[in-house]
Design a protein around this ligand. Structure first.
Ligand SMILES: [Fe+2]
Length: 266
């Protein structure tokens, strides 16, 4: 969903049959990522995420096609995963969400970016987001944010994107006595997942809408702060609230700069 000024990666285009062809090397990156990540995900990610991963049952040896993932999701939440270029503007992103379509960048990271890639690649999109797209609380939340974005001035989009970033992308969630990673950006990055659960420098804060709206983020560093949902039902209370009034209030207070890492954020 993020917007970039530059990327070394090129979108891969589907052929006449709608299939994106990947090389053996690219499929091997998927295989190696899957292998590197599956143990960590099973150990650390939220139970709901792990269950979702089992439900979509992704191939382990090759990059899946969006079509085959969509076929499964259609039966569960009615969503589709649709290939898009690496660069996508907020308008298009939110309008796809409103239409139950998840935009998926089609390229896969290179071996050099194996442990951490700032651009969302197909591993992030499918392995990170696919399991979440089996959860109705997540898909309804995403769809409602998309609908809201379409109904307001585009100057609100960057604020709405922060809500998405600190939930679906990099949210944590309470699970019994623990706080565990939920977001797709955590699930798809071997190094960021460990950073989130092990680093003593990480700040964990309860998800409070105004706080989240006032927190700028960077896409090119491991996150210094994560917000924690009480449970998945909290997502509905967020979209049931008057988000636009909350944004206006957050605007009047200004962005937070207290955390040293956040000072560098734009
Ligand atoms: Fe993402």
């Amino acid at each position: 969903m993020e917007r970039y000024t530059s990327t070394q990666y090129q979108a891969k285009k589907p052929n006449a049959n709608g299939i994106i062809e990947y090389s053996e090397g690219e499929n091997n990156v998927w295989r190696d990522l899957y292998q590197a990540q599956i143990g960590l995900v099973n150990r650390h990610m939220a139970k709901k995420f792990v269950e979702g991963l089992a439900i979509i049952d992704l191939p382990k040896q090759r990059i899946p096609q969006c079509g085959e993932v969509s076929e499964r999701l259609q039966k569960i939440t009615g969503w589709q995963v649709v290939p898009v270029p690496a660069l996508i503007a907020y308008d298009r992103f939110f309008s796809m969400l409103a239409n139950k379509q998840f935009p998926a960048a089609s390229f896969i990271r290179t071996q050099e970016d194996f442990w951490y890639v700032k651009e969302p690649d197909i591993f992030h999109e499918i392995f990170g987001h696919g399991p979440l797209l089996t959860l109705p609380q997540i898909t309804q939340f995403s769809q409602k944010l998309g609908e809201l974005a379409l109904s307001v001035d585009s100057s609100f989009h960057v604020w709405l994107a922060r809500i998405y970033w600190f939930t679906v992308e990099f949210g944590m969630i309470r699970q019994g006595d623990d706080i565990v990673p939920l977001g797709s950006g955590l699930a798809s990055s071997p190094s960021e997942l460990l950073h989130a659960v092990e680093s003593k420098d990480v700040l964990l804060r309860p998800f409070e809408l105004i706080e989240v709206l006032r927190t700028p983020y960077r896409i090119d560093i491991k996150q210094p702060i994560y917000y924690v949902l009480e449970d998945l039902d909290q997502l509905q209370s967020i979209t049931d609230s008057d988000i636009i009034s909350a944004i206006k209030y957050a605007q009047s207070l200004g962005l937070k700069t207290a955390h040293p890492e956040l000072k560098k954020a734009s």
